[in-house]
Ligand binder design. Structure first.
Ligand code: HSE
Length: 347
């Protein structure tokens, strides 16, 4: 089956995904029978273009690598702003990959609402709309008979959400714990090697792991959002980022890290969510963990999560949690899931 895609956001994630559909074109067709047709790209920096005959994804990447606007290199409808772009694009699937705004979820929230209201499937890596309006958006998608997939919002391509929803279906989850932010884990790992906090942060920014506003990472907003997303799914909760008790890593000094190491410990930014008789709780705080423990062995931008369940006990998942290719992989996995659901519908 061919799926027509419109991309909103052509930054690190948008380009990571586009690179994958270029490289895996034949594999997607032969293994899944999936043909991806890119019918539009809309980006605040690189311009907006729609062409229902299809845009060559490699040409889009090459243009941006050369510093050229997409409007310079493609024919079609040009200059449409995101909401109009969604209307005009004729896409089956809108892929929303703009930045995260945790106050309002905008502009991503409006993009997703608009696409769902128009009966388009949505795949997003944007955490803001999902943490702020998870129920509203999933209800809207259901009422419109379309799918909303967002596996890239937590641990990027490492399937933390898919494991929770599908893999652990039927399990009662009591507790979730995770290292859910690649940037801070990278900073803490590099500080063990002797880099200062500022040097390690700059390095993470250069490598494209950090959020546009690095305070989202170092002040633990990003993992607070992620643990809230996981808790809302697992516990049918409605946690918002501000409900998560939160302490970032700004106050951690090299001496603290070295002192912990001397005692066989590592400092990690650990996110936890649990339920007890008084309700659902979540927090993200630096913790000292044993070097040889599961979390003690998670280094660099690697993320990890532990789901504590009734039928399976503790289930662990570890993998890369940040980066363009990693987030692009999450979008690709969502697209393949959507494609197989749609194929079943028409069978
Ligand atoms: N800034 C985020 C991180 C990106 O470092 O984990 C992936 O969500």
């Amino acid at each position: 089956m061919e799926l027509k895609l419109a991309l909103i956001g052509f930054g690190v994630v948008g380009r990571g995904f586009t690179d994958l559909i270029v490289r895996k074109k034949d594999y997607l067709a032969s293994k899944y029978g999936l043909n991806v047709k890119l019918v539009g790209i809309c980006d605040i920096k690189w311009g907006s273009v729609i062409n229902t005959s299809g845009l060559d994804p490699l040409k889009a990447l090459t243009a941006v690598w050369a510093g050229k606007s997409l409007e310079e290199v493609f024919e079609g409808i040009k200059g449409a702003r995101a909401l109009e772009f969604i209307e005009l694009s004729d896409a089956d699937v809108v892929v929303e990959m703009t930045w995260t705004n945790i106050e309002t979820g905008e502009p991503g929230l409006s993009h997703i609402r608009k696409a769902l209201n128009l009966g388009k499937h949505v795949i997003t890596t944007n955490k803001g709309p999902i943490v702020l309006a998870y129920r509203e958006l999933t209800d809207l998608a259901r009422s419109k008979g379309v799918k909303l997939l967002f596996s890239g919002t937590v641990m990027s391509g490492t399937p933390s959400i898919r494991t929770l929803i599908r893999g652990l279906a039927g399990c009662y989850v009591n507790e979730i714990a995770g290292i859910l932010n690649g940037t801070t884990n990278y900073i803490l790992t590099k500080m063990e090697d002797g880099l200062t906090f500022e040097e390690a942060l700059r390095d993470a920014q250069l490598k494209g792991y950090a959020e546009a506003d690095p305070s989202m990472d170092v002040d633990a907003w990003d993992p607070a959002i992620k643990i809230a997303i996981l808790a809302n799914i697992a516990f049918d909760a409605d946690l918002k980022p501000k409900d998560v008790v939160r302490k970032g890593i700004r106050g951690i000094r090299l001496e603290d890290i070295k002192d912990a190491l001397r005692r066989g410990k590592r400092i990690k930014l650990v996110a936890r969510a649990w339920r007890d008789s008084s309700g659902i709780k979540a927090k993200v705080t630096p913790e000292e963990v044993d070097i040889n423990s599961f979390f003690g062995q998670v280094s660099g931008t690697t993320n990890a999560v532990m789901y504590s369940t009734d039928s399976l006990g503790d289930v662990y998942l570890i993998g890369r949690g940040a980066g363009g290719e990693e987030a692009g992989q999450a979008v690709l996995a969502d697209l393949i899931e959507l494609h197989s659901l749609l194929e079943e519908r028409i069978r």
